[in-house]
Design a protein around this ligand. Structure first.
Ligand code: PA5
Length: 694
């Protein structure tokens, strides 16, 4: 009979707003010992009882990436609810996972956002609770109350059943929801009452039985899910059923109604950190009662909590009984004693995020549909490349020069990833001086009218007779006709960046015929088709939407790897720029280990919204993979968040294109979260128009 722990990580980011927010609620605040986040502290605290293999975290999809990154958690240990539905469904899901892993498994369920001072006693209390759970009881940890608090539920103990690990075990007589002050006072004077800690221990199978008895909709959903565990149908089934399950707490839904509930009273310096006053109470304070995080300059300041943001000093003069919390999003100045009401402000400041269906209306020019059509474009591009007339004299080149800008220019970078000869992308008016007859010159311009591309292409034609071009028309087409150069026409009406399937796959097909590309794209095309379904608007809460939510409001730093995902990282950056209309940057490993990482030192101060995204495939050099693991630790230490995304499928092409396609979807969803239409790129057009007038 093994012991498992399940940490429940959620929250609305209301009580400790603005330091905690909907996107980064309380478990992620550095309120644990040695500046650890509360979730990290919780994880480390239970680890000695279970080991990594038996420690799960259950969270909602909006927080999943953050949880994974914060704890370096393996996917199999992360249980993701489509949306938070209070503690009963979260516990039900976790109990299912535990019981499938070990039908006899004992499960400790605990919130991710408590502060505990005496960890040794905490673990002893849990060991006592585990022993009681082994006998079949539903066990709850009760906290010895130190004051008549009205913010907690109370548990009244009944008969003493025994003791273990220095802790008594009592039958529970009654649960009482948060009482009024008089009642709380009476509980304290009578004795035999404990605060409900929200920490429970039971056999997973036992809590599932109770859920069966009291929460029929949840029980039904769990039964259906049990057969789908670990299969591709899991996510859709979970999404389909989760709206229907009872959104209730485990206390109210089960514990208050069940038979045979016991309490293990304990005293281990437990703090729920329910508001800023509670934080002030546990923080170290100076002789005037001033608790500080960050830089504070104070004169005649007393009984205050100061929470400054990195790189900014909070200065106070002649104030007292106050909480001052400064963050990137908001500055809170509140009477300490009225901290409970901060949640009302938080609700006004962070209205519920708009539903995707509402946001889709911003896409007036249909970018979502175009992105959904990408796999089809790729397939058509391959077919088109098969049909193009290729004159005899084209082959025999030993390198390719691909001239093109922006959404067209990326074609050169991506071609380079798959050709057996060098590909030089050329983004400018001139071609490199070393270009000659051994070079195949390719002009790529979706519109066919980009002046840099036309200029470089023309210059290239004076150096080599091996040339071809691809566009939807424009001056490039005319130039090719007048110089009798093969021109490949692709359908018009797209944004250049949204025609990548045509541009790239047509050229891949042509270059394959010319003997310069040897690749099998079957798996890649099948993977893209699957992704089109999984990442599209018809799959709410999908991976791309989740990533977009995690990036929203920040500055993405997209990291790829040299010789592999570098061009894809660049594509993510440019798609985020053009679709989501916001800054984004990219870099490559291992190079970034030699410069960019030093820039992280002050990132928390100068780029607090920086969000690193590692693009990963199984095809990176093992030392590069090892570097990523180290970088993740460094980022966490610096308080910077990161996400990791893995390519799909097995082949290099499938992994690369699936990452690229994921980035396209992310950029469009991010546009919608930014409140902008992804399609128009006015600044690019305006610049081109101004130049044309010169
Ligand atoms: O995405 C865009 O609209 C731009 O980056 C264009 O691709 C860039 O300006 C070059 O235009 P074209 O692709 O038509 O040559």
């Amino acid at each position: 009979m093994s012991v498992y722990a399940v940490i429940m990580a959620g929250g609305k980011g209301e009580r400790l707003w603005p330091a905690s927010t909907r996107a980064r609620p309380k478990p992620f605040l550095p309120l644990g010992r040695e500046g650890k986040s509360l979730i990290q502290a919780t994880y480390d605290r239970v680890l000695p009882l279970t080991g990594r293999e038996r420690l799960y975290v259950v969270t909602e999809s909006a927080l999943a990436l953050q949880v994974k990154a914060a704890l370096g958690l393996a996917d199999a240990r992360l249980l993701v609810e489509p949306q938070g539905r209070n503690t009963a469904p979260a516990i039900g899901l976790a109990a299912l996972a535990v019981s499938l892993a070990d039908p006899e498994g004992i499960m400790i369920a605990l919130p991710a956002d408590h502060l505990i001072e005496d960890e040794v006693t905490f673990r002893k209390a849990l060991q006592a609770a585990v022993e009681a759970a082994q006998e079949g009881h539903l066990v709850t940890l009760g906290i010895e109350p130190s004051c008549p608090a009205t913010g907690y539920g109370y548990i009244q103990r009944g008969e003493l059943l025994g003791s273990s690990h220095g802790h008594d075990i009592f039958k529970v007589k009654r649960f009482t929801e948060k009482p009024d002050e008089d009642t709380a006072q009476r509980f304290l004077s009578e004795g035999g009452y404990y605060w409900n800690s929200g920490i429970f221990v039971w056999r997973a199978a036992r809590i599932l039985e109770e859920i069966n008895r009291f929460l029929p909709k949840l029980a039904q959903a769990l039964k259906k899910l049990a057969g789908l565990w670990g299969t591709p149908g899991w996510e859709a089934a979970l999404r389909g059923s989760w709206q229907e399950v009872e959104a209730t707490s485990i206390d109210y839904g089960v514990m208050e109604r069940a038979e045979d509930v016991v309490v293990v009273p304990a005293s281990f310096g437990w703090h729920d950190l329910g508001d800023w006053q509670a934080v002030w109470e546990v923080f170290p304070r100076d002789e005037n009662g001033v608790a500080v995080r960050g830089e504070h300059l104070g004169m005649d300041t007393a009984r205050a909590l100061i929470w400054a943001r990195p790189g900014k000093t909070v200065a106070t003069l002649g104030v007292s009984n106050v909480a001052i919390v400064d963050t990137q999003d908001a500055l809170l100045v509140a009477a300490l004693a009225r901290s409970q009401q901060v949640r009302e402000l938080a609700r006004q400041a962070q209205p519920a995020p708009p539903e995707w269906d509402e946001l889709f209306k911003l896409d007036t020019s249909g970018m979502l549909e175009v992105v959904a059509g990408f796999p089809d474009q790729c397939r058509k591009g391959l077919e088109l490349g098969e049909e193009v007339d290729l004159p005899q004299g084209l082959s025999g080149f030993s390198r390719v020069l691909c001239v093109g800008m922006g959404g067209s220019g990326i074609t050169g970078d991506l071609l380079g990833r798959f050709l057996s000869i060098p590909v030089i992308p050329c983004r400018g008016y001139r071609v490199p001086s070393y270009i000659g007859e051994e070079t195949l010159l390719i002009g790529v311009s979706y519109s066919g009218n980009t002046e840099e591309t036309l200029s470089a292409f023309q210059e290239g034609l004076s150096r080599t007779r091996r040339a071809l071009a691809i566009s939807s028309g424009g001056k490039l087409r005319e130039l090719c006709a007048s110089r009798k150069i093969p021109w490949i026409g692709i359908p018009g009406g797209y944004q250049p960046r949204a025609a990548l399937g045509y541009l790239l796959f047509t050229l891949l097909s042509v270059l394959r015929r010319l003997g310069a590309a040897h690749l099998d794209l079957k798996e890649a095309l099948a993977t893209l088709a699957e992704q089109a379904k999984a990442l599209g608007p018809a799959s709410p809460g999908n991976q791309a939407q989740t990533i977009a939510r995690a990036l929203a409001g920040g500055v993405p730093l997209i990291y790829g790897t040299y010789g592999n995902t570098g061009p894809v990282a660049f594509r993510w950056k440019t798609q985020i720029n053009e679709n989501a209309k916001q800054p984004a940057f990219w870099a490559e490993l291992p190079e970034l280990c030699h410069n960019e990482i030093v820039g992280w030192e002050l990132a928390e101060r100068v780029l607090p919204g920086g969000r690193v995204v590692f693009l990963r495939t199984g095809h990176d050099h093992p030392r590069v993979q090892a570097r990523i693991e180290i970088l993740k630790e460094v980022l966490l230490r610096r308080g910077l968040s990161y996400l990791e995304v893995e390519g799909e499928g097995k082949s290099e092409a499938a992994q690369l294109f699936s990452l690229l396609y994921l980035g396209d979807w992310v950029s469009v969803y991010l546009a919608l979260l930014n409140g902008v239409d992804p399609t128009p790129v006015r600044p690019i057009q305006e610049l081109k128009e101004r130049l044309a007038r010169l």
